[in-house]
Design a protein around this ligand. Sequence first.
Ligand code: IPD
Length: 276
Amino acid sequence: MTTAKHSPNVALPNYCTLRDLAVAMAVRAGELAASMRDSIEASTTTKSSSVDLVTAADKAAEALIIEGLLASRPSDGILGEEGGERPSQSGVRWIIDPIDGTTNFVYDAPDYGVSIAAEFKGEIVAGVVYQPATRTLFEAVLDGGARRNGVDLAVNPANELATSLIATGFGYLADRRKDQAQVLLAVLPRVRDIRRLGSAALDLCFLAEGRIDAYYERGLNAWDLSAGVLIAAEAGATVGNLRGGKPDTGFVLAAPPDLFNPLRDLLVSVDADLGS
Ligand code: IPD
């Protein structure tokens, strides 16, 4: 992820205040998106490929979030999935996915959510994911733990790899998907089972609350991963890419600490972060 441009002397923001603002905007945007669900058919178009959907609700939710954030904090920067982008003068940049899991949204499946992260000096310091269909709110602040509807979250104790339930996802381009399917051939026989939910942000939150044991995916965008990675990490997950770095748009792996290395070794052995 890139660091927002800022003066070295910018004031340190209160992370809980950023989180609270993100919560307010995520809930409003989620309710707006849900209210538009039954009328989106005519507005649904595609983006990076014929299977990458975008709806009027994605755009309306992003516009609502950006307007609300900038009304409170006009000097902040923005990076939004639907094109919202402006540089930061405060050192804070908001990273927004107005609907993560748009395919589920279009098919009226419940696993989609609004994801909003606050980044300060290149580090994610607050993250919020709101699932409108279940009115579930996941949030975390850096070094402050993670919660679901106010209740503290903790990842599962590590299982053996062979008895671990692993979630993953796939990109929208055919060549990338072929490579991801090859990786899956190596992973599936070695784990309890695989889940493909359709929302990276919710995958990471479900890891944080123990509904899956680990999650990996290649080639996410910053808006898919930023809030969820903080929520998973604050719930006790080890998070990273496959080469000793932070999770990034190349690769995200999140798992309980004792499961991280065995799963990373398996993924490295099949070059899961290389190829198309
Ligand atoms: C997608 C979802 C999906 C993941 C894709 C993402 P979108 O985001 O998070 O689970 O596998 O890689 O692009 O398009 O629904 O915002």
